[in-house]
Design a protein around this ligand. Structure first.
Ligand code: FES
Length: 102
């Protein structure tokens, strides 16, 4: 599967996603500015992304923990998610994301 990700400058990168890994790991490994301070434990919100172009609705709903963490994040939008809580899968092939401001 592939992930189409935009960084904060609007530069688009197409990243190959590895099944079963989190989208946060893919973004970070591709060099995007996703700090992911808690390493994917849903405890920092520094992996915050906006899910674009209708992809938000296709994702499994956020857990209670993710909703709580997003409450504390900055610049939250209706399409905000924590990328460490999203797992790469064929169903998400072509997903579009933008890294949220810090
Ligand atoms: S990496 Fe910390 S919440 Fe996602």
């Amino acid at each position: 599967m592939k992930i189409i990700a935009k960084d904060r400058d609007g530069k688009e990168t197409v990243i190959k996603g590895r099944e079963g890994w989190t989208i946060m790991e893919m973004l970070r490994d591709a060099g995007l500015d996703v700090r992911a301070e808690c390493g994917g434990a849903c405890a920092c919100a520094t992996c915050h992304v906006y899910v674009e172009d209708g992809w938000y609705e296709k994702l499994p709903p956020p857990s209670e923990g993710e909703v709580d963490m997003l409450d504390m994040a900055l610049a939250v939008q209706p399409n905000s998610r924590l990328s460490c809580q999203l797992t790469c899968s064929e169903e998400l092939d072509g997903i579009k994301l933008t890294v949220a401001p810090e």
